[in-house]
Design a protein around this ligand. Structure first.
Ligand SMILES: Cc1cc2nc3c(=O)[nH]c(=O)nc-3n(C[C@H](O)[C@H](O)[C@H](O)COP(=O)(O)O)c2cc1C
Length: 365
């Protein structure tokens, strides 16, 4: 067995499918989760790990992948795989994005900056959250690749406008509007621990907006928007809009009619409405509703390269991960995020080879 830190080099033919991964020690995302859990205090850990109510959806998001079986094809020339693809026309190294998570600084100091750097270095996109300890400008200054900005619309329209303008000025290339967390949910772990996130960890973007006053009663209140508000947001920006939290074909069709560029099938990582379908089971109907007229992504429960492969095969253009890169941050900062991404990339690469698929476009149901 190789000592920890050595490089595993696979088959001569096909080149090194896996590089830079230690042979022993941290084998997979579950190992990195365990390492993270050892360093994050229990109330903060529960805030990150927990879901709503009975946590059925949280558990199902991952469990559902185990019910999907693969049909490998053989004797194809898959020696050279190509995992590159595009999202909204932007080239990425492999189809895994960093989902918006707030506040990331629960994992480690400067977490948002480290994640932004890691995503750029890995050649993927980070969806930077509205709520964090650093402004979108500070994140953009660290990242050598464009960011996407996740928007929580505010009850104060001036705040929403300023957030959109800030994101655009910071060079963000897409606006991701989150629809799955307008209302409080029953996160019982947090209610039991009494943990609530301190303002310095989540309010940086809001506090730096020109003309916005923290004593405004609507300052930090998220507006539960409707389709009509969405049209207003769309008119306000030239950035492509992505809707995060679409779970049905009906809503996918309405979104397409509004000229939405992308949809993220998401139940907010099981943190909001308990009892929804796991996202991988909602994906096919959303893909059908979108009918090729916009891109469809998915998040929730992705823990293995084969999970990524299954989502792509069922019609996702790319997937996003939430908790796994938070584990990476807590365990080992920027290098931890890179390691999480590399783990998924190399597992996906191996699965593609063994499925007889050379490119992302070759994956089908
Ligand atoms: C601690 C935590 C905070 C989150 N904060 C946000 C947020 O501010 N905005 C948002 O759109 N989604 C948020 N999410 C949801 C993630 O973007 C994503 O949908 C989810 O984490 C995906 O599931 P996974 O963690 O199983 O990968 C959060 C998730 C977690 C775990």
């Amino acid at each position: 067995m190789l000592p920890r830190g050595d490089t595993v080099v696979w088959a001569e033919r096909g080149g090194p499918a896996v590089t830079n991964l230690p042979a022993t020690g941290y084998m997979n995302l579950a190992d990195i989760e365990a390492a993270a859990r050892a360093v994050v205090p229990p109330p903060q850990w529960d805030y990150i790990a927990g879901g709503a109510a009975d946590e059925t959806t949280l558990a199902e998001n991952s469990a559902a992948y185990r019910r999907i079986r693969l049909r490998p094809r053989v004797l194809r020339d898959v020696a050279q795989r190509d995992l590159t693809t595009t999202v909204l026309g932007e080239p990425i190294a492999f189809p895994v994005l960093l989902a918006p998570v707030s506040p990331l600084s629960l994992a480690c100091p400067q977490a948002e900056l480290l994640a932004a750097r890691a995503a750029a270095q890995a050649g993927v996109r980070m969806i930077a959250p509205t709520q964090g300890a650093h402004t979108i400008h500070e994140l953009a200054a660290q990242a050598t690749a464009p960011l996407w900005f996740q928007l929580y619309p505010s009850c104060n329209r001036a705040v929403t406008e300023a957030l959109i303008d800030q994101a655009q000025a910071a060079g963000c290339t897409a606006l991701v509007v989150t629809l799955s967390a307008f209302y409080a949910s029953f996160r019982e772990r947090d209610r039991r621990s009494g943990y609530s996130v301190p303002a310095e960890l989540w309010a940086a973007n809001l506090l730096h907006l020109p003309g916005v006053r923290p004593d405004d009663p609507d300052f930090d209140r998220v507006l539960p928007i409707t389709w009509a508000d969405l049209a207003w947001i769309r008119a306000r920006t030239t950035l492509p809009l992505v809707l995060k939290g679409i779970m049905t074909a009906e809503d996918a069709e309405l979104a397409v009619e509004q000229g939405i560029a992308g949809l993220i099938v998401s139940n907010h990582g099981g943190r909001q409405l308990d009892g929804t379908l796991p996202t991988i089971e909602a994906l096919p109907e959303v893909v059908e509703g979108a009918a090729g007229r916009c891109e469809v992504y998915l998040d929730g429960g992705i823990r293995r390269g084969t999970d990524v492969l299954k989502a792509l095969a069922l019609g996702a253009r790319a997937v996003c991960i939430g908790r796994p890169y938070v584990w990476g941050l807590a365990w080992n900062g920027e290098a931890g995020v890179l390691r999480v991404l590399e783990q998924l990339r190399s597992e996906l690469d191996s699965a593609m080879a063994q499925m007889g698929r050379r490119t992302i476009a070759d994956l089908d149901r």
